[in-house]
Design a protein around this ligand. Structure first.
Ligand SMILES: Cc1ncc(COP(=O)(O)O)c(C=O)c1O
Length: 373
């Protein structure tokens, strides 16, 4: 047979994409180092260490009866529950296969070659991926104190800018922009650019905010037709493996998002579990309380070890360790998985997700031992 192979004719902007680096799965580490998976602690993907809510498990088991059928393409029950919770009409809500899907749907709806997206240095990696996948230009705005510099982001908006991402709190740095600054920024963007620039306010870690920092982003959606607020069930609601997130935006924008999403992008089990989790105030409270205690546990240890860290508003802490590749490898050998963040422009740092007290202690003990070697 003659070899007629030609180079794959992928667009250059696709070939140029550096794939997303996920946290290392427990089973992979167990295979690599011959470790017992049961003894491995994973603090690498900002997951909820409490395990999924029992209420969601029960709802999922009941929903399993109907798995021979396609999911509800419009996610009626989940949208109804979200509409009631956030006091918006159902046609203001878009469901996503995780909030990652929402970010990509927004890019698909609004970006194309010849346009650009603005986002901050050291912000969530998917903003870059979603922008590049559309063949759009990215405008990366230098971070200020590891967080978003909204004035610089405003100044960076170009004539071809269609999308601007804000992660609040931000991943991987854990920084937070107060509500009044977000509101002032949205006012400025809308006054200068009208609906030409859509802002995605990505609030994946919102539920971990202390009460004094919470603000009503849905009220901002009511005011600004160019705003998408994105949330997820992956973090405080404990459903990362099911993949469900949502966006709240005015109907014109929501209609656009719905045109480009997959018809059945949120599966039956995820829809049922999310409705149950949304109503499970006790689980959410426990997730918040456990996270707050775990954050204090980690930060006390970092203080003791004289390590710099960025004060975090999420369920993880970014800590400066210097030789991050060496420390990370030594942690892996001790069965502790955290997240190197060199790919986010932070080569001397590690991001540690907040676990249960005993998981945090395993990490702290391992780190203490490594630093004293
Ligand atoms: C800032 C931010 N946004 C969105 C996501 C996407 O999460 P998911 O797709 O699980 O909702 C993450 C996940 O780590 C994140 O950190």
């Amino acid at each position: 047979m003659t070899n007629t192979s030609k180079p794959l004719a992928a667009p250059a902007h696709v070939s140029a994409i550096a794939p997303y680096q996920a946290g290392k799965p427990i089973e992979e580490l167990a295979r690599e180092f011959g470790l017992d998976p049961a003894g491995i602690v994973k603090l690498a993907s900002n997951e909820n260490p409490l395990g999924m809510p029992q209420s969601a498990r029960a709802a999922m088991l009941a929903a399993a009866e109907s798995l021979a059928r396609y999911p509800d393409p419009n996610g009626f029950d989940l949208k109804a529950a979200l509409a009631a919770r956030y006091e918006v009409p159902m046609n203001w809500i878009t469901l996503g296969n995780g909030s990652n899907d929402i970010l990509e749907i927004a890019a698909l709806a609004l970006l194309e070659p010849g346009t650009s997206a603005v986002y901050a240095q050291h912000s969530f990696a998917v903003y870059r991926l979603a922008t590049q996948a559309r063949g759009a230009r990215h405008i990366v705005v230098p971070a200020k104190d590891y967080g978003h510099d909204l004035n610089a982001m405003f100044d960076a908006i170009a004539d071809d800018t269609r999308l601007l991402f804000i992660a609040n709190p931000n991943n991987p740095t854990g920084t937070f922009v107060p509500g009044e600054l977000v509101a002032a920024f949205l006012e400025r963007v809308h006054a200068a650019h009208g609906d030409r620039v859509t802002v995605v306010l990505d609030e994946a870690y919102n539920e971990y905010l202390e009460p004094q920092f919470r603000f009503d982003s849905t009220a901002l959606v009511r005011r600004y037709p160019n705003l998408i607020v994105s949330r997820t069930f992956s973090k405080a609601y404990g459903l990362a493996g099911l993949r469900v997130g949502f966006a709240v935006a005015q109907p014109t924008l929501t209609d656009l998002l719905n045109r480009v999403r997959q018809p059945f992008n949120v599966n039956t089990l995820a829809q049922a579990a999310a409705v149950a989790a949304l109503g499970d105030a006790a689980y959410l409270e426990q997730a918040y309380t456990s996270n707050k205690a775990g954050k204090a546990q980690l930060c006390e240890a970092f203080d003791r070890l004289k390590l710099r860290y960025v004060p975090s508003y999420g369920n993880f802490v970014l800590v400066h360790v210097g030789d991050a590749p060496r420390i990370n490898l030594a942690l892996l050998k001790r069965g502790v998985i955290v997240r190197p963040v060199a790919g986010d422009g932070l080569p001397e740092w590690l991001r540690v997700s907040i676990g249960l007290p005993q998981e945090n202690a395993r990490f702290i003990d391992a780190l203490t031992a490594i630093l004293s070697e």
